[in-house]
Design a protein around this ligand. Structure first.
Ligand SMILES: [Zn+2]
Length: 473
């Protein structure tokens, strides 16, 4: 009952607070639309937005522009749905003050991210989600994973989790986070099989999805059968070791920092990588491979010159820069051989290719703000990584638009450019189907009908970056 009342009051506040700008009409004229309903480009269109919704998409010659509409010249430009980052975190979950969250979200939005799934929930994110939904904070629509479920505490002092060591604890924890209003159950480390079974069963009763890592005690086959949505390609390498391999552990997830485990990369079986991709598709399990983060962190590396040249770097407080450099150098003081790292990257790409080719579904996630890769910029890099892995540009775009909306159950609201949908849009200066890097050439972002042209986006980034940088020493 308490929750029903809260929802009603929330809805009334939303109506009261809907900003005037969301009510104004905007017409993006003569634009090439990539609607993402199927693979096609609609040339010379007018897209009309009013009250935060797309009200018309049609040939420029046949869609009249109302006199009160603000006109955005889309000639020579491409319009895509707003992007979704399916794997994001906030610095404000950990060391950075909570007040900085609004700036973190603002930079995501300025980079075209209009929906984000935050992957380790905190109590502070629940009101944050509501403040974004009401229009009070400009930012992506938020979906919140629960605090992490883990078999024991680790990673202090920022554990942000619930210890689930027994099936009873697991069931109680599922009920608790569902009652608190989190959208998904997020699993990380040290989950035993009995605990996993209790989580999956209780989550099914509550109608809440289970997402995250796969524990070696659970294994990939069980996670696929359970229909868990899997992050980071966790446990695929363990399942893809050649018959007769002298080890069982690998480096797909937990044990990547164990130098000895890297020998397992030599024992990966391509046929098994491919068949696991097919099994994923057959199980209907959707995958967020977070290719960029793992490739750059553990495959190719990120030298100082590369990091410092990125726009991301300007956002980072000095103390976080130092922490990240220390984290990077811990791994790279004794790195695996170049051959093994190259094989590691290619094997991960191969799994993604196999999932896609078998008709499985990929979700784009950046793991921002891990290791110098932050807010939105990192999602564009993930699209590039998906194409490098062998996905056509259209499929990479689907992974950040239509697929997330389908998985989140919000396709009626978002994910494509069609009348009736919330006006979450990104206008590009060049065709992303010709070159996926063109998603980075942003001419403007529209969020729930509110138009932000490129100069305003640049200002938003500068202001928010300055505040984030100043929030810690
Ligand atoms: Zn993560």
């Amino acid at each position: 009952m308490r929750f029903a009342t809260g929802i009603l009051i929330g809805a009334l506040l939303t109506l009261a607070r809907t900003p005037a700008a969301a009510q104004e009409a905007v017409a993006i004229t003569n634009v090439s639309v990539i609607p993402m309903d199927r693979e096609r480009v609609l040339a010379d269109q007018t897209v009309l937005v009013r009250g935060g919704r797309i009200v018309a998409v049609g040939p420029a010659a046949s869609v009249p522009v109302p006199a009160d509409a603000r006109r955005v010249d889309g000639a020579g430009k491409w319009l895509i749905p707003g992007l979704t980052d399916m794997h994001a975190h906030l610095f404000s979950d950990g060391p950075v003050p909570d007040s900085v969250a609004a700036d973190e979200l603002r930079i995501m939005l300025a980079n075209g991210v209009t929906t984000a799934r935050l992957m380790i929930g905190t109590p502070e994110q629940l009101p944050l989600r509501a403040r974004v939904a009401s229009g009070e904070i400009p930012g992506p629509t938020l979906f919140l994973a629960s605090p992490q479920f883990a078999g024991r505490r680790y990673g202090e002092p920022h554990f942000n989790g619930v210890v689930v060591a027994t099936p009873e604890e697991a069931r109680a924890a599922v009920r608790q986070v569902a009652d608190q209003g989190y959208d998904f159950i997020k699993l990380t480390l040290f989950i035993s099989l009995p605990v996993y079974e209790a989580i999956v069963d209780e989550a099914a009763r509550r109608g809440i999805k289970v997402i995250g890592h796969v524990d070696p005690q659970v294994g990939l086959a069980r996670a696929l059968a359970a229909g868990q949505q899997i992050e980071h390609l966790a446990m695929y390498f363990e399942a893809a070791l050649r018959d007769g391999a002298p080890m069982t552990g690998s480096v797909s997830d937990y044990f990547i920092y164990r130098a000895a485990n890297w020998e397992s990369v030599d024992w990966l079986d391509d046929a098994k990588l491919d068949s696991l991709g097919r099994a994923t598709a057959a199980a209907g399990v959707w995958s967020t491979p977070t290719l960029t983060f793992f490739k750059l962190a553990f495959g190719t590396g990120q030298p100082d010159s590369v990091i410092q040249a990125r726009l991301d770097y300007a956002v980072l407080p000095d103390s976080l820069r130092r922490q990240m450099v220390a984290g990077r150098d811990y791994y790279w003081r004794n790195p695996p051989s170049a051959a093994r790292r190259a094989r590691y990257v290619e094997a991960r790409n191969r799994i993604v290719r196999a999932i896609h080719q078998a008709g499985g579904r990929i979700l784009a996630g950046s793991d921002s703000p891990e290791l110098f890769l932050v807010y939105g910029w990192s999602l564009h890099r993930e699209l590039q990584s998906l194409v490098e892995a062998g996905l056509p540009p259209y499929a990479a775009l689907e992974a950040a638009t239509r697929n997330p909306a389908e998985w989140l159950g919000t396709l009626a609201e978002s994910g494509t450019v069609e009348p009736g949908k919330r006006a979450d849009l990104v206008l590009l200066d060049a065709d992303p189907l010709a070159d996926i890097r063109n998603t980075q050439r942003i001419a403007g972002v529209m969020r729930a009908g509110r138009w932000h042209p490129a100069p305003e986006l640049a200002r938003m980034i500068d202001e928010s970056a300055a505040r984030i940088r100043a929030s810690l020493p």
